[in-house]
Design a protein. Structure first.
Length: 225
């Protein structure tokens, strides 16, 4: 009987071997969820958002806790869905922003922006004082926003902090909220991570902000008569 060498026997199995998938690698379901969110938001979601995406994103929330796991996930997403927007602080219209959460909100605002309202980035709240918001909705040919928008890219609307950095971001927000609470101040709308994690909710918040800007613009026009 003819004998086969161990190398020959191994050669027959070479192409049937597959790499074992670790529990810290993204699953097909993970990639589908990420692809759907990226498409709806116009930009890849950020890792802290995963804890607000519901039970279907439980594994994604685990991967989000480690930068290396999250980086492999984003790499797998880009390979499988090459047509999706890439992660960047530069929006699809060329606007340079300061963070990925800002880009997510900006992409949504730009899609919904009416022709008779303008958007601005990082408007100052007060001249001579370096206190600013993330975005503003303005009347045409007017640099003073009717509505300001603050993007909380680290925290959900429950305001529950897990790190010192998150606590510091709430402290900065509290300073701005006190400024806006004074009489005759413009309106402030805060957009939290859990709102970004649900694109329909984010759209509703942005649409309401535009409607609020219309209302304030009408009030200003009437007061000038």
């Amino acid at each position: 009987m003819r004998q086969f060498s161990s190398r020959a026997r191994m050669r027959g199995h070479t192409f049937r071997q597959t790499r074992r998938i670790s529990v810290w690698d993204a699953t097909s379901q993970d990639l589908r969820i990420m692809a759907e969110l990226t498409k709806e938001l116009g930009a890849p979601p950020v890792s802290p958002m995963m804890r607000y995406c519901g039970p279907q994103a439980h594994h994604l929330a685990e991967l989000a806790g480690n930068a290396g796991d999250w980086g492999r996930l984003l790499g797998a997403l880009a390979r499988r869905y090459a047509h999706l927007p890439e992660g960047s602080h530069v929006a699809s219209d060329g606007t340079e922003l300061e963070s990925n959460p800002e880009r997510i909100v900006w992409e949504t605002l730009r899609r919904l922006q009416p022709d008779d309202l303008d958007l601005c980035c990082h408007p100052l709240l007060e001249k001579g004082r370096f206190l600013r918001s993330d975005f503003g909705i303005c009347a045409p040919d007017d640099d003073t926003p009717l509505v300001y928008l603050e993007v909380m890219g680290m925290l959900g609307s429950d305001r529950e902090c897990q790190t010192d950095v998150e606590e510091h971001s709430l402290e900065r927000l509290a300073i701005k909220e006190r400024w806006f609470s004074e009489p005759d101040r413009p309106l402030l709308r805060i957009i939290w991570l859990d709102m970004m994690a649900h694109p329909g909710w984010l759209v509703a918040i942005c649409e309401e902000a535009f409607q609020a800007a219309y209302a304030r613009m009408t009030m200003k026009q009437r007061s000038r008569r």
